[in-house]
Design a protein around this ligand. Structure first.
Ligand SMILES: Nc1nc2c(c(=O)[nH]1)N[C@H]1C(S)=C(S)[C@@H](COP(=O)(O)OP(=O)(O)OC[C@H]3O[C@@H](n4cnc5c(=O)[nH]c(N)nc54)[C@H](O)[C@@H]3O)O[C@H]1N2
Ligand SMILES: Nc1nc2c(c(=O)[nH]1)N[C@H]1C(S)=C(S)[C@@H](COP(=O)(O)OP(=O)(O)OC[C@H]3O[C@@H](n4cnc5c(=O)[nH]c(N)nc54)[C@H](O)[C@@H]3O)O[C@H]1N2
Ligand code: SF4
Ligand SMILES: [Mo]
Length: 719
C-alpha cells in the first residue's frame, strides 16, 4: 500500500503540492497541501491512521501560514518593562549569546536551561538536545512531553522494558473484541481514530469507556464507567481481583512470559469490588461486567490516555492497567495488548532523541556510561564533557530565576504560561529570569514575556520526520520556503552555536584531539543531514532508527522503530516472542490506590478536572487564531452538573468562579448532566481569566514528574 506520498514537492512558482501530515496531534493524519496563487488548500489523504479523514483543526491548519499574526522579524526588549520591538537577526542572536555568556560566566553552565516541545520534528528535538549538551553544556533541558507522556512512558519502561505508545498499528483496534479506553476522549482529541472504532463495532466488538464525564466518546460506548477522578488505579485492581476470583487469568502466559505476579495477586486480593464501588462510584455490576468482557474474549485491548495518567500517581495507575493486561495474557497477542494514546504530533519521537532531562538519543539513559560513550563518539566530544541528568519540567520551571536555578531559558515549541500547572507561579518565575528567549512563529503568551523572540518556520515550510502514536516514523514535507525574515529552528540553533563557540571548549579541543568539528558540522541546517546523524546516534539504543531512511519512509507508509538495519524489517508489532527486558519477561509491579494529592474539604468541596475540546489545540496559541475554530470554541467554560448548579444558584451561561488554594478562573457555566455532580471540568486552552491552570495543582508523580492536571480541590462561586 502506498500513502500517496509521491505527490511531488515542486519548489519554485505555484501551483505547488506536498503530501504531508497535519501539524497538530499524534494521529498525524495524512494530508495534501496545494498552493494555487495565494490560496493554500488542504485535502485529506489516505494514511493508515486517518484513512482519509481529518478533523476541523487539520482542515484549517494552513490558515496560520499567511496569518497576519505571523512573526516575520525578531523581537527584542531593551530593558525590563519596555515593549518588544522589531530587531535584526544579528542584533537578536547577539543579545541571546551575550545573555547566555553573562549567566554562565557568573553562575556556571547550568545557569542556562532549554525547554522543548513534543511538536518538534525528530531532527529538531535531536538538535535541541545536542545543542543543550554540546553548545551550552548545561544539564538543564526538558520539554512539555513531561506534561503529557511521562507517566505512561515510565510505566511502560518498568513493566514492558520499552516505551512505545502503541506497540501495534492503530488498525489493530478494529480487530479487538473488547476495547477498554481509560481517560481518553478521542471523539474530540483524535476524531479520525473513530473510523477504527467503527470497524471494531461493525465486527461486533465492545467498547468500554472510563471517564468521569459522559463524553462524545463515552456516548459511543457499549458501557460507560463514570468514576470519581483519580480512582482508576483502584478500578484496575478491582478488575484484576474479579478476573482472579473467576479464574480468568492466562496462567501459562503469566508463568512463561512474566515475573512478579505473586505480589500483585496478594495486593489485588484486597480490592473488593464493593469497596472499590464506594471509593470510585463505579457499581460492582459494571466492574464485574467489564472484567468479564475483557477476560473472556479472544482479543482485548486496554488503552490509557491523559485522564488516567495526569495524576500524582499516574505511573502506578498505568502500571495497574498493564498488570491487568499481562494477567489476561494480552501483550504480544494479535489484536490484543496494552497501549497509551500519545498526544502531540511528535510526542513519541520527541521523547526518544534527547530533549528529556535524563535522556540521550535512541532512548538512551544519560547516566549510562555505555550510552554516554556512544553518543559522545557520534558528537565528537569528550565523554566527560557531556552533562548529567537535569530536572524534570515542573521542577525546572519552578526553579527559574531562584537563587539556585537557571537565570536564562530558551523555549522551543511550548507555551507554559498557559499550559504549565499552577501557571501563575510559573509565569512569575519566567518574569524573574535575566533572559527569556522564545522561538515561535506566533506571539504566544510565553513569547509575550520574552526578552528575545525568534521567528521560526512553520510545518509546511520545512522537511523532517515525525514519529506518530504508533511508533511509525513518517515524513513531513515542505510545501514552500519560509517567508522572508523567518528562519528554521535548525538554522537558529546553528547560528547560536556559532556565536557560542567560545563557550564550548569541546570545539576547540577537537582541533587538537581529533576530528575537527566546526559549528556548521556539529549543527547542520539541512534536516536530512541531521537525520543521518540521528540514525547513528540512535543505533543500538532502545529506539533504534539506524535502518530508517527518508527514502524508505517515502517508499511506504512510514517505518516502525526499532529498525536497526536498512535492509532488514521494521517492527510494527512488539512483544510477539519476548519483552525487551534483560530476561525477556514483562514485570508485574504491585501498586496500591492512594488519594489525590489534594483531598476535598469543607472549604474546597468539589473535584476539579481539566482536558480538551475538539476545536482548540493545547495552549491555543495556534488554534485560537483560526477564525473557524474560534467560532466553534470561542472561550473557556466550566462544565457542571445541573444539580450542583441548582445548589449554587447558577444558571446556564452565568459567569462562575472556580477557586483553589492556588488561584481562580472565571468563565461561563455550562450545565450538563454528563458530568458527575461532585466534579467540575474546564478545558485548558485559554489564557487570562479563563486559564484553567491558574487553578490546577503542581503536585507531581514521584517517578515521572507528571503534574496532577486531572484533579484538585475547588469551590465554585458566583463572582
Ligand atoms: N482537540 C484537541 N485534540 C488534541 C489535543 C488538544 O489540545 N485538542 N491535544 C493532543 C494532546 S497533546 C494530547 S496529550 C491528547 C489528549 O487526549 P485525551 O487524553 O483524550 O484528552 P483529555 O481531554 O486531556 O482527557 C481525556 C478525558 O479524561 C477525562 N478524565 C479527567 N479526569 C479523569 C480521571 O481521573 N480518570 C479518567 N478515567 N478520566 C479522566 C476527561 O473527562 C477527558 O474526557 O489530545 C491530543 N489531541
Ligand atoms: N490543565 C491542563 N493543562 C495541561 C494539560 C491538561 O490536560 N490540563 N495537558 C498538558 C499536555 S498533555 C500538553 S502536551 C501540554 C501542551 O502545552 P504547550 O506545551 O503549551 O503546547 P502548545 O500549545 O502546542 O505550544 C506550542 C507552542 O510552540 C509553537 N510551535 C509549534 N510548532 C513549533 C516548532 O516547530 N518550533 C517552534 N519553535 N515553535 C513551535 C506554537 O506556536 C505554540 O506557541 O499542555 C499540558 N497542560
Ligand atoms: S486528528 Fe489530529 S492529526 Fe488528525 S487532523 Fe485532527 S489534529 Fe490533525
Ligand atoms: Mo499532550
Amino acid at each position: 500500500m502506498t500513502d500517496g506520498a509521491r505527490v511531488a514537492t515542486l519548489p519554485g512558482t505555484p501551483p505547488r503540492e506536498a503530501a504531508t501530515h497535519c501539524p497538530y496531534c499524534a494521529l498525524q493524519c495524512g494530508m495534501v497541501l496545494r498552493e494555487t496563487g495565494r490560496r493554500i488548500e488542504v485535502a485529506p489523504r489516505q494514511f493508515p491512521t486517518n484513512r482519509g479523514g481529518l478533523c476541523q483543526k487539520g482542515w484549517t491548519a494552513a490558515e496560520l501560514l499567511d496569518h497576519p499574526d505571523r512573526l516575520t522579524t525578531p523581537l527584542l526588549r531593551d530593558r525590563p518593562g519596555a515593549e518588544l520591538r522589531p530587531a535584526s537577526w544579528d542584533e537578536a542572536l547577539d543579545r541571546v549569546a551575550a545573555g547566555v555568556r553573562a549567566a554562565q560566566d557568573r553562575y556556571g553552565r547550568d545557569a542556562v536551561a532549554v525547554f522543548g516541545g513534543g511538536g518538534l520534528t525528530n531532527e529538531k528535538a535531536y538538535a535541541l538536545g545536542k545543542f543543550a549538551r554540546v553548545a551550552l553544556r548545561t544539564r538543564h533541558i526538558d520539554y512539555n512531553g513531561r506534561w503529557c507522556m511521562s507517566s505512561a512512558a515510565a510505566a511502560g519502561l518498568r513493566a514492558l522494558g520499552v516505551d512505545r505508545g502503541l506497540p501495534f498499528p492503530l488498525a489493530d483496534l478494529g480487530r479487538a473484541d473488547t476495547l477498554l479506553l481509560v481517560g481518553a476522549n478521542p471523539a474530540e482529541t483524535m476524531p479520525p481514530l473513530l473510523r477504527h472504532l467503527t470497524d471494531q463495532r461493525e465486527r461486533g466488538g465492545r467498547l468500554i469507556v472510563v471517564d468521569p464525564r459522559s463524553t462524545a466518546t463515552a456516548r459511543l460506548a457499549s458501557r460507560h464507567l463514570q468514576p470519581l477522578p483519580g480512582t482508576d488505579l483502584a478500578v484496575a485492581n478491582a478488575l484484576l481481583h474479579i478476573a482472579l476470583t473467576e479464574g480468568w487469568l492466562d496462567r501459562a502466559y503469566v508463568a512463561e512470559r512474566t515475573t512478579g505476579f505473586d505480589e500483585v495477586r496478594r495486593t489485588v486480593a484486597g480490592y473488593w469490588p464493593a469497596e472499590v464501588e464506594r471509593l470510585s462510584g463505579v457499581p460492582v455490576a459494571d466492574l464485574e461486567a467489564t472484567a468479564h468482557e475483557l477476560a473472556t474474549v479472544d482479543r482485548a485491548i486496554i488503552l490509557t490516555a491523559r485522564g488516567a495518567e495526569q495524576h500524582a500517581k499516574g505511573v502506578d495507575t498505568v502500571t495497574a492497567f498493564i498488570n491487568l493486561a499481562l494477567a489476561l495474557g494480552l501483550p504480544g497477542r494479535p489484536g490484543s495488548g496494552y497501549g497509551c494514546l500519545t498526544g502531540q504530533g511528535n510526542g513519541q519521537g520527541g521523547r526518544e532523541h534527547g530533549q528529556k532531562a535524563d535522556q540521550l538519543p535512541g532512548y538512551r539513559r544519560i547516566d549510562d556510561p555505555a550510552a554516554r560513550a556512544h553518543v559522545a563518539g557520534v558528537w565528537g566530544v569528550p565523554v566527560d564533557d557531556l552533562p548529567g541528568p537535569g530536572l524534570p519540567a515542573y521542577a525546572l520551571l519552578d526553579s527559574l530565576g531562584t537563587a539556585t536555578g537557571p537565570r536564562a531559558l530558551l523555549v522551543f515549541g511550548s507555551n507554559p504560561v498557559v499550559s504549565a500547572p499552577r501557571a501563575a507561579r510559573i509565569e512569575s518565575r519566567l518574569r524573574d529570569l535575566d533572559l527569556l528567549v522564545v522561538a515561535d512563529f506566533l506571539r504566544s503568551e510565553t513569547a509575550a514575556l520574552a526578552d528575545v523572540v525568534l521567528p521560526v518556520a512553520q510545518w509546511a515550510e520545512e522537511d523532517g520526520t515525525m514519529t506518530n502514536l504508533e511508533g511509525r516514523v513518517l515524513r513531513r514535507r515542505a510545501l514552500r520556503e519560509p517567508p522572508p525574515g523567518v528562519r528554521t529552528d535548525l538554522a537558529v540553533l546553528a547560528a547560536l552555536a556559532d556565536r557560542l563557540q567560545g563557550r564550548a571548549p569541546s570545539y576547540r579541543e577537537m582541533h587538537n584531539k581529533g576530528p575537527l568539528l566546526t559549528p556548521e558540522e556539529a549543527f547542520p541546517t539541512d534536516p536530512r543531514a541531521v537525520f543521518e546523524e540521528l540514525r547513528r546516534a540512535s543505533a543500538g539504543g532502545p529506539a533504534d532508527y539506524a535502518g530508517v531512511t527518508w527514502d524508505r519512509i517515502d517508499a511506504d507508509t512510514g517505518v516502525f522503530w526499532p529498525c536497526p538495519d536498512p535492509d532488514g524489517p521494521d517492527t510494527p508489532r512488539l512483544f510477539a516472542d519476548r519483552f525487551p527486558t534483560p530476561d525477556g519477561r514483562a514485570r508485574f509491579h504491585a501498586v496500591r490506590h492512594r488519594p489525590a494529592a489534594e483531598p476535598v474539604c469543607a472549604e474546597y468541596p468539589l473535584h476539579f478536572t481539566t482536558g480538551r475540546v475538539l476545536a482548540q489545540y493545547q495552549s491555543g496559541a495556534q488554534t485560537r487564531r483560526v477564525a473557524a475554530l474560534r467560532r466553534a470554541a470561542p472561550g473557556g467554560f466550566v462544565e457542571l452538573h445541573p444539580d450542583l448548579a441548582d445548589r449554587l444558584g447558577v444558571a446556564d451561561g452565568d459567569e462562575v468562579r472556580v477557586v483553589s488554594r492556588r488561584g481562580d478562573l472565571r468563565a461561563p457555566a455550562r450545565l450538563s448532566p454528563a458530568i458527575r455532580p461532585d466534579t467540575v471540568f474546564a478545558p485548558f486552552h485559554w489564557p487570562g481569566a479563563a486559564r484553567a491552570n491558574s487553578v490546577t495543582n503542581d503536585a507531581v508523580d514521584p517517578i515521572s514528574g507528571m503534574p496532577e492536571f486531572k484533579i484538585c480541590a475547588v469551590r465554585v462561586e458566583k463572582p
